[in-house]
Design a protein around this ligand. Structure first.
Ligand code: OOG
Ligand code: NI
Length: 467
């Protein structure tokens, strides 16, 4: 009897990420243009900076770079969120982090589904920023009930996708054929539908409450609203966008340009105006702006101490300079950002010594030789100082709430920054999800600790072999 061979969840995710990219390229041609631009900039950056190329190659990041992307969707109900968690689990993706966007006046809260182990991340780090609409933040109780009733009627998953999720859960995996069918079925949930499920009058009322409410409630499914490639030089891509006929938002979100990149810098181009057909008599047509493009540059994951410093400096900047709806004040904002962030050390050695970022350690050849000769220190700092261990920053795999708010705003048609609003409700989000979200800081701390264990074991083994 032959055993059923299951494909790995990493392979299913890789297939899905490629299929999604293919679909989005057809739906939003500018995405293809941006991918090309990012590819060129990345090649140029690596050629000009051999040290960067070497560091990324050590961390397994070069191979994953051209396939690396994240997408975003917005869901309407608790049931949709709980089911999407099961769908992403088939691809080895788990919910990491809680993002409260209500602080910026956006009626959603979110998590990021992504792979979490070192090995899975290096196969394909595909992530999906997933938001859940918070109807509780709408003032109009009548509209709230109406929206909830509309959402309760829709089915965003195909029967085929649901059947294969169940099959995965009961059998413990999918065969290759099943995985391919699953990818095709799952893709349907993310597809754009130009037929609205509501009539024009309802669409207008939802839109008036918040444009995001109309985007979530009026359609058959949670269309993927952007797909973001990772660049190694976001300034170069931002500058290159207009020449390719793409208009970027006014400011790059996140930290300023630095020698040692931290966290995440992001910029996006404006949402497309797409034709839609409303339901109801007369089938009127109109337009809806939902889908846009974004690029990002990823840097080092910060420790709680580093993150606190980042948050403090960013909130200082936002207190001092505000960007207006049409991008006014963007120059002042950039200048204030650069100025305030001088307080954040910009060399890896200092950032490591001061405990601002997470690092991955590995023995060097010199380190193994020294260990064999009984000359390797037991102290981590001393090992690095002696060149006996390498210390590479761990890449930040997550998102930033203030940046995400800026991306939401920009794609709702304004560059205006907003700082005030209501508060989050993590308990309600996790109840809807049916589980807790993972703590991103703990994941980075574990990755660092694992690398230190492996380093110590490798040095001890070298010593034993020599003895
Ligand atoms: C998600 C916006 C957030 C990011 O990269 O921070 C985001 C959305 O517009 O649905 O994708
Ligand atoms: Ni994004």
């Amino acid at each position: 009897m032959s055993e059923t061979a299951f494909v790995s969840t990493d392979e299913t995710r890789r297939l899905f990420s490629a299929a999604m990219s293919e679909m989005y390229r057809t739906e939003v041609p500018q995405y293809g243009t941006l991918m090309q631009l990012v590819g060129e900039v990345n090649r140029r950056t690596l050629a000009a900076d051999p040290a960067l190329a070497e560091r990324l190659s050590r961390g397994g990041e070069i191979e994953r770079l051209s396939d690396e992307r994240h997408g975003a969707i917005r869901l309407g109900t608790a049931e949709e969120l709980a089911t999407i968690a099961r769908l992403f689990a088939v691809m080895g993706m788990e919910p990491v982090g809680y993002y409260d966007l209500s602080v910026a006046g956006i009626p959603v809260h979110s998590t990021a589904f992504r792979p979490v182990s070192d090995a899975a991340l290096s196969v394909n780090p595909f992530r999906v920023f997933t938001s859940l609409l918070r109807l509780d933040l709408l003032d109009d109780a009548g509209l709230r009930d109406e929206a909830a009733a509309i959402l309760a009627r829709r089915r965003i998953f195909t029967d085929g996708a649901l059947a294969l999720i169940e099959r995965f859960e009961t059998a413990g995996g999918l065969t290759e054929g099943e995985a391919r069918t699953f990818v095709a079925e799952a893709l349907e949930t993310f597809r754009w539908h130009s037929d609205a499920t509501v009539d024009e009058e309802t669409y207008r009322r939802l839109s008036k409450a918040h444009r995001l409410v109309a985007d979530v409630v009026s359609f058959k499914g949670p269309h993927i609203n952007h797909l973001t490639p990772r660049t190694l030089d976001i300034e170069a891509v931002q500058q290159g966008m207009p020449a390719h006929g793409i208009a970027p938002k006014a400011v790059i979100e996140g930290p300023p340009e630095r020698d040692c990149p931290i966290l995440l810098r992001q910029t996006s181009f404006k949402a497309l105006e797409e034709p839609v057909r409303f339901a109801g008599d007369g089938a009127r047509t109109g337009t809806h702006t939902a889908r846009f493009g974004e690029i990002e540059q990823r840097g080092a994951a910060l420790t709680p101490k580093g993150r606190a410093l980042y948050d403090e400096l960013l909130s200082d900047v936002r207190g001092a300079a505000t960007v207006g709806a049409s991008g006014t004040g963007a120059g002042d904002y950039d200048a204030a950002l650069r100025e305030r962030f001088r307080r954040f050390p910009d060399d890896w050695a200092t950032m490591r010594r001061e405990g601002l970022a997470f690092f991955r350690y590995a023995p060097t050849t010199a380190g193994l030789d020294a260990a064999a000769a009984g000359r390797a220190s037991a102290d981590l700092g001393a090992l690095v100082a002696a060149g006996h261990a390498s210390a590479d920053p761990i890449v930040y795999e997550d998102f930033l709430p203030v940046s995400a708010a800026g991306i939401f705003q920009s794609n709702l048609g304004t560059d205006a920054q907003s700082n005030a609003g209501s508060s989050g409700n993590r308990g309600a989000f996790e109840a809807a999800l049916g589980r807790g979200v993972l703590d991103e800081t703990a994941l980075y701390a574990q990755a660092e600790a694992r690398s230190i264990d492996a380093l110590r074991q490798a040095l001890a083994a070298a010593r034993t072999r020599a003895a």
